[in-house]
Write a protein that binds this ligand. Structure first.
Ligand code: EPU
Length: 426
């Protein structure tokens, strides 16, 4: 195991290249199973979640090659049964359901279970499969889905109690592209990652309209073909570096971003007094930290609202921003594990009923802390950059799930950060 050792108090300055999106890559890699022809996907970030996905595709029978961020997949003959061993490592493996069902008309996917950010139900994924005519059975913790008579297009209202579902929309779209007839998804997720998947599928010959709106219409086709696709920039990695630059930077530039995907984060940082400046094309942004930042308020919401995947990092930023800030997560109301670790570093945070109230303190102090999930660990890294003294972040595997070389990238802009072997018990 490894840990990150961060010596706080350095000033970040310089340029960072943002990687391709993890959350766009995962369903796109799964969607490569929809054809027996070769598929090339570029700018796939080298993080453990994409590696798990590629391992699973390999175990299902696909041939997978990976070099310099480029992945080539050929899924000639594939199996339709995923094992618990494969799925338990990564909740997002539920997005194999759509492609396996479309290609094999049956699949077994062990239920991924909950995780530290919440319960993570799959009722909407089941609703999607059933709407297309598949039979779903749950036995011994495994989702067993079969559509022996083929999948048939349908009108599906996909909204759950907490709003639309990103991977649920992806699954339905991936199943519907090879179904007979037309599928209409209402209350579809509008996230840029859903749009990227739709572009990928369209480039394989699928007929999809409306991706990026709450109504997606899919006309089923007989067969999909080979393609070559470049994944969109990771808006959450970009947002995390924007927060780092606002907390501890003096002019940090991020390349390969997409301005449109960063609107909510940009607006919040500007409201807090930081200066965010995009180039004309909107693919390079420079962040200049405010001398006297002000507190802020976040309520997470589906895209284009403020992303739940950025609230932990903003909580870290608010920890040393003067005044009282409030963070409410409506999508994952239990996603506040980072707060107890931030408190150990001196933050003043009260969490109650899906809401954190943060009173900015003058300084945080370095401490040994435990990463509990991907975005919580990013929040701890940000706090550590700002803190006085040294912070050791244990359970680093959480951050390696979704941030490509975060330590190298931070080091290159002036952070004092090192990755070391960790002998602590897990
Ligand atoms: N939900 C249901 N039933 C379902 C599915 C979801 O009630 O069948 C609920 C969830 O419990 C949640 C809400 O719907 O309250 C939205 O969850 P969603 O299904 O959209 O989450 P997801 O698709 O499983 C993706 C990202 C998450 C991100 C969420 C929300 C990937 C691989 N994961 O998850 O990313 O937080 O959308 O934007 O795309 C991360 O990267 O750290 C991460 C957790």
């Amino acid at each position: 195991m490894e840990k990150l050792v961060v010596h706080g108090g350095c000033t970040l300055r310089g340029t960072v290249n943002i990687s391709g999106s993890k959350n766009a890559s995962l369903p796109i890699l799964a969607a490569a199973l929809l054809t027996d022809e070769p598929v090339v996907v570029r700018r796939v970030p080298d993080v453990s979640d994409t590696n798990y996905m590629l391992q699973i595709l390999g175990q299902l029978g696909a041939s997978v090659e990976r070099y310099s961020g480029i992945v080539r997949i050929v899924a000639k003959e594939i199996d339709s049964v995923a094992t618990y061993e494969q799925v338990r490592k990564m909740r997002a493996s539920i997005c194999l359901m759509g492609p396996l069902l479309a290609r094999k008309l049956e699949c077994h996917i062990p239920l991924p279970g909950g995780c530290v950010i919440g319960d993570r139900p799959v009722d909407l994924h089941i609703r999607a499969a059933e709407a297309l005519g598949a039979k779903v059975e749950i036995a011994s913790g495994v989702l067993k889905i079969a559509a022996p008579n083929g999948l048939k297009g349908a009108n599906v209202e996909l909204r759950g109690d907490n709003g639309p579902t990103v991977l649920g929309t992806d699954n339905l779209m991936m199943a519907a592209v090879l179904a007979k007839g037309t599928t209409v998804i209402d209350s579809a997720a509008c996230e840029p990652e859903v749009v990227d998947l739709a572009h990928f599928l369209t480039s394989m010959g699928a007929k999809i309209e409306g991706a990026g709106t709450s109504r997606i219409v899919i006309q089923g086709v007989e067969k999909l073909h080979s393609t070559d696709h470049t994944v969109i920039p990771d808006r959450i990695e970009a947002g995390t570096f924007m927060a780092a630059a606002a907390m501890a930077g003096d002019g940090v530039t991020l390349r390969r971003v997409c301005r449109e995907h960063l609107t909510a984060v940009t607006r919040l940082l500007e409201e807090c007094g930081h200066t965010i400046c995009f180039n004309k094309e909107g693919d390079v942004v420079t962040i200049v930290a405010a001398k006297n930042p002000t507190s802020g308020k976040i309520v997470t919401a589906p895209y284009p609202g403020f992303p739940t995947d950025m609230q932990a990092q903003m909580t870290a930023l608010f920890a040393t921003t003067p005044g009282i800030s409030v963070v409410k997560d409506t999508i994952f109301p239990q996603r506040f594990m980072h707060c107890s670790e931030l408190k150990r570093m001196g933050a003043d945070i009260k969490v109650d009923n899906g809401r954190a109230v943060i009173t900015g303190v003058k300084k945080l102090s370095g401490a040994p802390v435990m990463a509990s999930d991907l975005r919580a660990s990013a929040a701890l890294v940000l706090a550590a950059l700002k803190a006085e003294g040294t912070t050791e972040i244990h359970r680093l595997y959480h951050i390696d799930r979704g941030y490509e070389m975060i330590d190298e990238k931070l080091l290159s802009i002036g952070a004092a950060i090192e990755r070391k072997p960790d002998d602590e018990e897990d």
